[in-house]
Design a protein around this ligand. Structure first.
Ligand code: MG
Length: 255
């Protein structure tokens, strides 16, 4: 009897060893850190509870002139922020590194001009200084308006070509939802990792983790210049077409 059970134990041993090496689902479960609770907006366009509101329709207190940092002097009315071309570009008082941005924009119904001179503005995802080009996500009428495709709406200016044209008609509100990963620099100013941008235009993915080659230049080859945090800038383009409008602008910093 004793002999028989010993045999049984020996015979069963490999089976037990196999069973104890069997991975358990609990081994790959992570319980901490628990993500903080964020209350979503009433719609997916409305700011969630942890958003920094950059424009809620009431005032431009979060914005200054990009030129001299005096208070912004664009036009606020009917819950909308409209470009005042004579007042120049405006930028946020706050500076950001990596973030999620929501911004809505409208080409006027009576837009005139063509190509780059038809509803041109821009969202500079990082405004790194008055002498710098920065990093521009183009704003332009794209409903029925031919231009170079790496300079159309949805492009990271002169670098990306949006996957598709998701334009709404002039007079209708359009949205950009952007994920911006800022470039990183070594202490000597050389590039450590490039900038990346993901852009949804009217809910449609048009740039997917696009790697920028540097600042978005009007002329010449892009290059990087070291910076750490930067404001977000809106463009008052010098063309003669009707000024465009913005509303519902909010940002969430990515930890
Ligand atoms: Mg522009």
């Amino acid at each position: 009897m004793l002999f028989a059970s010993a045999i049984l134990a020996i015979a069963a041993a490999p089976v037990f060893a196999q069973q104890s090496a069997q991975p358990k689902p609990e081994e790959t479960e992570v319980w901490t850190p628990v993500p903080p609770v964020v209350t979503p907006g009433a719609t997916d366009s409305a700011p969630p509870s942890d958003a920094i509101i950059l424009f809620d329709g009431r005032n431009e207190d979060e914005w200054v002139s990009a030129q001299d940092h005096t208070p912004a002097r664009w036009i606020v009315g009917d819950g909308v922020l409209t470009v005042a071309k004579s007042a120049g570009n405006i930028e946020t008082k706050r500076s950001f590194k990596d973030y999620q941005l929501h911004i809505e924009w409208k080409i006027p119904e009576n837009i005139t001009g063509s190509g780059q001179a038809r509803g041109n503005s821009g969202v500079f995802l990082a405004s790194t200084g008055p002498g710098d080009a920065g990093y521009e996500l183009q704003v332009l009428d794209a409903y029925n308006n031919a231009t170079y495709v790496n300079g159309m709406a949805g492009s990271l200016y002169k670098q990306s070509i949006p996957f598709v044209n998701a334009a709404r008609k002039p007079g209708e509100w359009q949205t950009y939802d952007v994920v911006w990963t800022a470039p990183r620099f070594h202490s000597d100013g050389s590039l450590e990792t490039p900038a990346y941008a993901t852009v949804f235009w009217d809910g449609v993915l048009v740039d997917n983790h696009f790697q920028l080659q540097g600042q978005t230049l009007y002329i010449g080859k892009p290059f990087y210049k070291a910076y750490d945090r930067a404001p977000i800038k809106l463009q008052a383009h010098g063309d003669k077409s009707e000024p465009i409008s913005f509303r519902n602008i909010w940002v969430r910093e990515i930890p």
